[in-house]
Each structure stands twice: as structure tokens, then as C-alpha cells.
Write a protein that binds this ligand. Sequence first.
Ligand code: DAH
Length: 345
Amino acid sequence: MTELNAIVESARAAFSLAVTPADLENAKAQFLGKTGRMTELMKGLGALSVDEKKSRGAAINLSKQAIEAALTERRAALALAELEVQLKAEALDVTLAGRKRGMGSLHPVSLSMERIEQIFGSMGFDVADGPEIENDWYNFGALNFPEDHPARAMHDTFYVEGGKLLRTHTSPMQNRYAVQHVKKHKAAMSAGAVMPEIRVIAPGRTYRVDSDATHSPMFHQVEGLWIGQNVSFKDLKVVFTDFCHTFFETKDLELRFRPSYFPFTEPSAEIDIQFQSGPLAGRWLEVAGSGQVHPRVVENFGLDPEQYIGFAFGMGADRLTMLRYGVNDLRLFFDGDIRFLSQFQ
Ligand code: DAH
């Protein structure tokens, strides 16, 4: 019987070496298959006497059962192992931190634009939008620029195909808006009515051939225009002072109107501001150009300059944003660096 025991033991050993179901089926064939060792032993029974057959047959059967039991046990173990591998592979680790999708936010200059629109909106100003590709008339002609004005030179202005140009300021919106306004009220005006005042701001992108720490070829301006029968420099001063107080959230701030020159205003002034406290205190900072709208510009609106008068201003929106947030290099606004931009969330 030790021979049978040895076969059972070697079957157990072979089964436990099998790591896949296919290995196990091969191992099974070696013992229980058609030419397997147990099958061969059974075949040998034929040559024995009846008594010997009985006892030998019973012993072989017991061994065969032992081998089958070992096989069943190993099958179950392999199936379980396979299930475990599968479960592990498909495991959902619910403790893994989620992947955050970064929240986008408005660009600091957009934040300023929104703020400017809101402040002027509360003072009764409409907000107008216009083309960045302009023609010479709106950008220069309607604004009383002489033919030979240096701003019209190629080294200051980007010209594009068809004699058009990238607007060098938001001032072309003065004529675009005013002409529409006049058209809208023309009938009533010819029947003797007074034109409702023009009160508008026009924020947007502007372009010049210029690039350094404080100049970018693309920058932002906000134009303002207020035309009526009795609008004066005093009104400009009040409106702009109010605007600065609200925009910078402080009344601790002085304004200075410094005489200047623009072809489209007469008289003209640069508007400087000075904070009385804080890190920028004591320095005059230029924030806008302004003036009383030139009679020829008013005429180009389709209005009689003897009857209608007003003022205009153009402010640097990037400059205002730098002052508001304490940013010292204009180029940071246009680099698109998330580390900078996310600070304005
Ligand atoms: N357009 C001028 C510039 O870009 C700024 C300006 C000055 C606008 C005076 C105005 C104004 O409306 O009245 O330099």
C-alpha cells in the first residue's frame, strides 16, 4: 500500500504546484486521465485473482477518491485566488482623494472693467462696445487729428489689410455712439425737442506699437463721453472724483487736472491721482486723459457745437488695475501664469 500512498502524495504535490486551472487539469490527467497512473493500476487488476482483485480494487478506489478530493480542494482554492485577484483589480478605493477641477476666475482687468461699468452705470452711463479693427475716420479723422499727426505713423499704429488699423484708443467709440444717438432722436429734434444727453462709457482693447514693463502692444481703455446742453468741466471733475473714490474704495485721495493737449478736446487735461495714505501715498499717478469735447468733434456727431457741449475722458484700465491691486509689472496681466491669476479668485 505504500505505493498507493506515494501516488496520492505525489498527486497532492502536483496539484498544489498548479497555479492556474489549466495547470491543474494537466496535473489531473497525469493521475486520473486515460493513461494516468491510477487508470493504469486499474487496468492491471485484470490479471489478479478474484480475492486479490477485491482487496486491491478497494485500495485503489480509496486512493482514487483521495486524489479526487485533493483535486476538488485545489480547484476551489484556485477559483478563490482568481476571484481575489479579480476583486483587487476592480477595487474602488473610496478613500482616494478626488481630483479637483480648478475653479476658473475672472482676469483682474476684467474685474476692473466690470467694476468700472457698474460704477458709471450707477451714474446713468450707458455701456457701448465697438470694433477693434477700425478705419482711419473713426480712429483719427472724426477726432480732429490732422493728416500729418505722428500717431498716424506706421511705427505707432498697427495697420492691417485694406487700409484698416487696430484702434489705438477707445475714442473712436465717441463718434460711433454719438452718431447713432443723434440718428435715434433726429425726428424729435427737428420738431424742436432737445436731445436727451449722451452719457456713455466704452471699455475695450486697444493697440499700439509699444512694449516694455509699463506698455503692452495690446492694452485696455475705457472711454467716457457726456454731451448735453449744459455739461461742464465741473461735471467731469465731480464724476471722475466720485468714480475714483468708489473704484479705489477710499476718499483719502486727491485729483489733479494737469493741462495737456489732445486734438479732440479743448481745453485738455491729464487726470492724476494721489493717495494720501498707503504704499502709493505722495506720488502723482496719471490715470486718464480728458477734456471738453472739441467743437469740430461735436460737429462730426451731427450736432451744433453752439448748442451742445460736453466732456470726454479715456482711462487706462490696466493702469487702474495695477494701482488697485498693487501690481508693479504690466506684463503679469498678459503672461497667463495661473499662480498670478489665481490670486484674484
Ligand atoms: N484717447 C486718448 C489716448 O489714448 C485718451 C483721451 C484723452 C481720451 C482725452 C479722451 C480725452 O476721451 O478727452 O491717449
